[in-house]
Design a protein around this ligand. Sequence first.
Ligand SMILES: NC(=O)c1ccc[n+]([C@@H]2O[C@H](COP(=O)([O-])OP(=O)(O)OC[C@H]3O[C@@H](n4cnc5c(N)ncnc54)[C@H](O)[C@@H]3O)[C@@H](O)[C@H]2O)c1
Ligand SMILES: [Zn+2]
Length: 363
Amino acid sequence: MAEQKLLVKREGDFHYPIYFENDFSALAQAVREEGFSGRKICIVTDSHVAPLYYEAVENALKEVSSEVFSFIFEAGEKNKNLNTVQGLYQTLIEHEMDRKGLLVALGGGVVGDLTGFGAATYLRGIDFIQVPTTLLAQVDSSVGGKTGVDFLQYKNMVGAFHQPRLVYMNMSTLHTLPEREFACGMGEILKTGLICDGEFFRFVCRNETPIHAQDLEILSRMIRRCCEIKAGVVERDPKEQGERALLNLGHTVGHAVEKLKDFQLLHGQCVGVGLIAAAFLSMSRELLTAEEYEEIRKGCDSFHLPLTVDSLHAEDVLAATKKDKKMEAGHIKFILMDGIGKSFIDKTITDEELLRAIQEILV
Ligand SMILES: NC(=O)c1ccc[n+]([C@@H]2O[C@H](COP(=O)([O-])OP(=O)(O)OC[C@H]3O[C@@H](n4cnc5c(N)ncnc54)[C@H](O)[C@@H]3O)[C@@H](O)[C@H]2O)c1
Ligand SMILES: [Zn+2]
């Protein structure tokens, strides 16, 4: 089942395609269609993904490339840093990669963000394509053009906007993804529905069983719709001056929890509890009914996202929330829901309101 590709606006009249496939058999043709035949290619991937998928991707790309080589780094967020980027630059220089070279990000969001940043900066910018292999990368990080690495203790502190030239998803790679990582992607998917498509949120919740069974037909519909929504938001506001901020629903409290838990909980799990806090705040302002609040909790629960976190103090979470970079003139930019599938940016949330919502997610 080869799904039709989705076209995403890059700049001006330029678009890039997103492919939704169940194997790598159409990768070479996709690269050819974008005019990349005969280029030197560096596949960037990590130590978990390389043994699973490197060979298949290399074989596919050899059909269309003059030379394919690899840069493989140790998996994990702790390696999404400038040292790894330096290693990448070095490998590219050793292989005499010029401005016509192409980078291929094969992996999750860590590989995608780092490769995109390498591509944005090497020789002042070369082309790259995304081959995302985690659910989070497929629905979130591979679409939108944000690239970057962590610096000191700060996440995504150094980066650039650099759009990929092609995104190629082989959704069957999700079969090898650990369950906890799959749940993370579900956190972002539920978030996307809650922002602007209540019907999509309910479609996902209704299909809990086939999604858990990784039915490729349902996964493909879900991932595609999610990409469509994110791409639409990004197209209208590429540099996050307005609407794109809605994608931060659940992230204000989520980031605070992520930081205070010292990154023991995964990002999507923190977004899950962040969504509950945002839903509670919205209910307190009578924007959501008690039933809708319960529906959101149930949705998160059925996809194995935590509803609460332990061993944290509400005041610490509040303080960390206020330190998040999403502040404007001393006010927290908070995303609230106005019913399921509607959201807006609010700058009037008081500390007391936020504290009550934080208490709701702490045990
Ligand atoms: N650029 C953006 O817009 C954006 C958006 C959201 C998140 N992010 C970034 O994405 C990163 C998180 O991405 P992630 O959740 O994909 O994490 P990740 O890249 O660390 O992948 C999670 C784990 O799964 C492994 N893995 C990947 N694919 C696999 C597969 N198919 N089978 C088995 N194991 C596999 C990886 O090696 C890793 O151990 C963070 O750094 C975050 O900042 C970026
Ligand atoms: Zn996120």
